[in-house]
Design a protein around this ligand. Structure first.
Ligand code: KG4
Ligand code: ZN
Length: 359
C-alpha cells in the first residue's frame, strides 16, 4: 500500500513519481451524488466492490414528473453522512483503512454534485489521503469492467443515459477517442419526455420498456434520425417531436391512442438508431469487444437487438454491466478512480463541480 505525504500531494502538480508496483491493495471510498441517487461505495483494486450503498430519491420526485434540483440537493445533504457510514460498515472498514476518496464532479446537477464533492474533499483533507475527482460518464463506462473482468481491447463503448449519448473507441483501456455524441436530447432524456406525454410517469425508461412488451414495435413508423447519415452523432429531439405530433393528430381526429403501440414503436426507433451507429463503427474500426453503459443500458430490448446483430453478423461479444451498476451508483466511480490512482492522477481540493462536464 502506498502512502503519499500531504506535502507531496499538495505539491504534486503532476511531478510526483508514481510507482505502479507500490499500488497494490488500494481501497477507495467513492461518492456519487450527481442527480437523484445518494451513493457511497468501498472498492478494492478497482474491480472488487466491497459495498455499494444507493439511496434513491425516485419516490420523492415522482409526483413532479422529474427531478427537482433543489429538493435533490437538500435530500443529498440529509443522506450523505448515513450513506457513507453504511458503505464503510458493510465493507467492514474504518476511515483509517482508506487509501483515497473519490467523488463525481460532473456532469450533473450542480447543487447535487456539490454535496458529494464537498464530503469527499473534506474526508480526504481530514484523513490526509488523496482526493480523486471522476467524470460521471467515465464512471458509467467503468461499470462494465466491474461486471465483466475479461473485456478485451480495442473496445467500442456506447454510453447512453439521461444526460448523455456517446460513442467511444478505446484502442486500449485508459485512453479513448470520442466518435460521436448526441446533438440535442440524450437517449434517456427522450425516454423520459415521451413517457411523460404518454402519462407513464418518471423515470420514463423503465416505464416505456415495461409497457412496450404489450405493444407492437412496428405499429407506427416513427423517424430514425441520422440513421443513414455519414456521422456517428445522434439526435433524438426530432423523434420526441414526432411522437408528440402523432399524439396531437390522433387527438384532433378523435382517433384511438394505443399507448403500448406508441411506446413500443418509439423504443424501437431509438434502438434502431443506436444499433446502426454501433454497427457502423464496428465496420470501420478494429474492435474486439463492445460495451454498453449508462442508465439506458438497462433496457433489455436494446441489449437483445445489439447482442443479436453483433454476435450474428460480426462474432463480437456485447458486454453490459449488471443491473446494479447500470444506473447511478458509487461503485463505478470507485472503479474509474482506481485507474486514476494507478497513474497518480489526483485532483486538487479546489476542484469545482461542473454541471456540463464533457468527456
Ligand atoms: O445513468 P442514469 O441512471 O443517470 C444519468 O446519468 O442520466 O440514467 C438514467 C436514464 C433515465 O433517462 C432513464 O429513463 C433511463 O436512464 N433508463 C432507461 C431504462 N432504465 C433507465 N431507459 C430505457 N430503458 C430502461 N430500462
Ligand atoms: Zn448516470
Amino acid at each position: 500500500m502506498t502512502w503519499i505525504s500531504w506535502e507531496a500531494y499538495k505539491n504534486m502538480g503532476g511531478e510526483i513519481e508514481w510507482n505502479k508496483e507500490d499500488s497494490e491493495g488500494v481501497i477507495i471510498l467513492a461518492i456519487e451524488t450527481s442527480c437523484d441517487e445518494t451513493s457511497a461505495a468501498v472498492v478494492y483494486n478497482g474491480l472488487h466492490v466491497l459495498s455499494n450503498v444507493v439511496s434513491s430519491q425516485i419516490e420523492l420526485h415522482k409526483k413532479y414528473g422529474g427531478v427537482v434540483p433543489e429538493i435533490a440537493s437538500r435530500k443529498h445533504l440529509e443522506l450523505i453522512n448515513p450513506v457513507i457510514s453504511e458503505a464503510l460498515h458493510q465493507a467492514g472498514m474504518d476511515f483509517s483503512d482508506l487509501d483515497a476518496v473519490a467523488a463525481t464532479y460532473g456532469p450533473g446537477l450542480v447543487g447535487s454534485l456539490l454535496v458529494g464533492l464537498t464530503a469527499a474533499k473534506t474526508l480526504a483533507h481530514a484523513l490526509n489521503i488523496p482526493f480523486i475527482g471522476v467524470n460521471h460518464i467515465v464512471g458509467h463506462i467503468y461499470a462494465n469492467f466491474i461486471s465483466n473482468k475479461d473485456i478485451e481491447a480495442p473496445v467500442l463503448c456506447l454510453t447512453v443515459s439521461g444526460g448523455h449519448s456517446d460513442l467511444l473507441y478505446f484502442e486500449e483501456l485508459g485512453s479513448y477517442r470520442l466518435l460521436g455524441s448526441t446533438r440535442d436530447d440524450a437517449a434517456g432524456e427522450a425516454f423520459d419526455k415521451v413517457a411523460r406525454v404518454l402519462g407513464l410517469g418518471y423515470p420514463g425508461g423503465p416505464a416505456i420498456e415495461k409497457i412496450s412488451r404489450e405493444g407492437n414495435p412496428a405499429a407506427i413508423d416513427f423517424p430514425r434520425p441520422f440513421i443513414d447519415e455519414d456521422t456517428y452523432d445522434f439526435s433524438f429531439s426530432g423523434l420526441k417531436t414526432a411522437v408528440l405530433n402523432y399524439l396531437n393528430t390522433q387527438k384532433q381526429r378523435q382517433a384511438e391512442i394505443n399507448v403500448p403501440d406508441v411506446a413500443a414503436s418509439f423504443q424501437q426507433a431509438v434502438i434502431d438508431v443506436l444499433t446502426s451507429k454501433v454497427l457502423k463503427a464496428v465496420e470501420n474500426y478494429p474492435v474486439k469487444s463492445v460495451i454498453l453503459s449508462g442508465g439506458v443500458s438497462a433496457n433489455r430490448a436494446l441489449k437483445e437487438q445489439l447482442a443479436r446483430r453483433l454476435e450474428g453478423e460480426y462474432q463480437l461479444p456485447l458486454y453490459t454491466p449488471e443491473l446494479e451498476y447500470c444506473t447511478d451508483n458509487a461503485a463505478m466511480i470507485g472503479s474509474a478512480a482506481y485507474y486514476k490512482y494507478l497513474k497518480g492522477e489526483f485532483s486538487p481540493l479546489t476542484l469545482a463541480a461542473r454541471a456540463n462536464l464533457k468527456l
